[in-house]
Design a binder for this molecule. Structure first.
Ligand SMILES: [Fe+2]
Length: 198
């Protein structure tokens, strides 16, 4: 067996069976008009801003032929990211998300493992007065880089947001996405319950 083939198999094994951090589900060739999706501002973490969906009918018309979920998400939101997001885990109860990238803003999303267990005292809340709190890790020597991915417009991506992750973007641009979020379910379990329809 060739070296590259072996590396490929190891990577697949690590990503899909042992430790799913993210899974690029599929790319669709077009994106919806975000101005019809961006609703009311809900809350943010300073450059990570969460909005309601303005036109739910438009959302359904666009996404219904593309993807369905056997497990109903807790939330569906439109999100704008305009700054780098430090390593963090998402707020309780969110464990897994599917993101649809409308504008990628040259983002690199990275996943980390904790070298040692970090106690709550070492965790910081992300942003002041942010609700709900997300745990932020900025002491780099306690984090070990695992894997990263870049994304394109039209990508559907499953992420395990209970694992430490961060995003670097081109801060001259705005990253725009639609996010479906689940709590309590592991990303591995969710993966088996996502139907790509195109
Ligand atoms: Fe996150």
């Amino acid at each position: 067996m060739g070296y590259h083939r072996l590396q490929f198999i190891i990577k697949k094994y690590k990503t899909f069976i042992l430790d799913l951090m993210f899974n690029k589900l599929k790319n669709y060739h077009s994106v919806p008009d975000w101005t019809r999706l961006k609703g009311d501002y809900i809350h943010g973490y300073g450059g990570f801003d969460i909005y309601t969906i303005k036109d739910f009918e438009y959302l359904e018309i666009f996404f219904k032929p593309l993807i369905s979920f056997n497990i109903k998400p807790i939330k569906i939101n439109y999100i704008e990211i305009s700054t780098n997001i430090d390593p963090h885990i998402d707020a309780y109860p969110f464990t897994a998300v599917v993101n649809f990238i409308i504008e990628p803003a040259d983002a690199i999303t990275s996943f980390y493992s904790k070298k040692e267990s970090i106690t709550f005292e070492n965790d910081e809340l992300y942003g002041t007065g942010a609700f709900p709190p997300i745990k932020k890790y900025d002491n780099d020597d306690k984090l070990e880089f695992c894997d990263s991915f870049t994304s394109e417009a039209g990508d559907f991506i499953l992420l395990d947001v209970s694992k430490v992750h961060g995003v670097e973007i081109n801060e001259q641009k705005v990253r725009r996405l639609v996010t479906w979020r689940w709590g309590h379910f592991k990303a591995e379990h969710l993966l088996k319950n996502i139907n790509i329809l195109f």
